[in-house]
Design a protein around this ligand. Structure first.
Ligand code: HEC
Length: 147
């Protein structure tokens, strides 16, 4: 199964190319509040990381209940969830989740995948040693980075 949203396919693909959340107020979080805060408070999900697959199930469920937004808003929502609320497994997750959660380029994700096929990553330090991986982001996101 691919990791891109099965429902917001194009938005998810584009979102993996969007880097950084920008200065505050975070425009991606603003989009989450507009798109996902319409029917209930965003507190129902803002503190609970899940796998990308599980988020896609939630997006599908909410879409059925009437959640919607512009392409740009949905792209921002996707980026926000990947960067802030999604769990990734460095040794098993597909490239799209690595780029989204770690905020690395496709090339860097390919290097991570090539490396793990030879020898699985054991810890954050090994991941941080890959050129192009941002140590500061890893440190911020380490609770969501699994091995
Ligand atoms: C059109 C209204 C509506 C919008 C917009 C909406 N939701 Fe919901 N959401 C609901 C309803 C209704 C429930 C309660 C479902 C239940 O109790 O089973 C719910 C429940 C939830 C839950 C708790 C259930 C679960 O699966 O854990 C989560 C998480 C959630 N929404 C996330 C989101 C996210 C993320 C967005 C934005 C992409 C969003 N919602 C947008 C209507 C909406």
């Amino acid at each position: 199964m691919t990791s891109g949203s099965r429902f917001w396919g194009a938005a998810a693909a584009a979102a993996s190319l969007v880097f950084g959340a920008g200065p505050d107020p975070d425009p991606n979080l603003q989009a989450v509040q507009i798109v996902c805060g319409r029917c209930h408070t965003t507190k129902v999900f803002l503190k609970e990381p899940r796998s990308w697959e599980r988020w896609n199930d939630v997006f599908a469920d909410m879409t059925q209940r009437g959640a919607n937004g512009t392409d740009e808003q949905l792209e921002r929502v996707t980026t926000y969830f990947l960067e802030n609320l999604t769990l990734v497994n460095v040794n098993t997750s597909p490239a799209e989740e690595l780029t989204g959660v770690l905020t690395v380029s496709n090339d860097v994700a390919d290097v991570i995948i090539a490396r793990r096929q030879k020898q699985p990553f054991a810890n954050l330090a090994q991941l941080a040693a890959i050129p192009g991986v941002d140590r500061e982001k890893l440190e911020q996101r380490k609770s969501r980075i699994l091995f």
